[in-house]
Design a protein around this ligand. Sequence first.
Ligand SMILES: [Zn+2]
Length: 181
Amino acid sequence: MSTESPVFYYADNHREFRYCPHCAAPLQKIRDGARWRPACTRCGFVQYLNPPLAATILLTRGDRVLLGRRTIEPRRGYWTLPGGYVELGESAEEAVVREAREELGVDVRIERLLGLHSGAPSAVAVALYEGTIVRGEPRPLDEVDAVGFFGPDELPEVAFWSTHWALELWQLSRRDRELRR
Ligand SMILES: [Zn+2]
């Protein structure tokens, strides 16, 4: 696994506005609890910088895990789990099922939530599910140009700190299962 140090990737919505997106007045910083936030003195808009939620899924075949190689920034060319951002009005489970279909052309069934990764150095909160492919053979369709199943000793360079975390959880749960046998 890569030993490269993690980088803090800001989402687009983590840039502070200088002008109000509603009324176009210049924003001023106001103190709100422990944070300073850009705020509009004309219409009352306040910009909150919150982590968006992404949902990802561990899909395994025997002793190997499914990864896809990204064709989009950030971290184009690096490998990650199937998944993506949760849309407003959609559950994290619905999002990960949709993303697996869009990216890889497979229908997946969710087995359980393995964990939630949040906080620095990640600017995104990531829900990690474990699941099973119930229909289709994974192939690169959207936002990935290669897919593969990788064993614990042959993992490629992964894209995000949360991908490292997810693969560590996967290995822990593998060892757990072996111990219980
Ligand atoms: Zn305004």
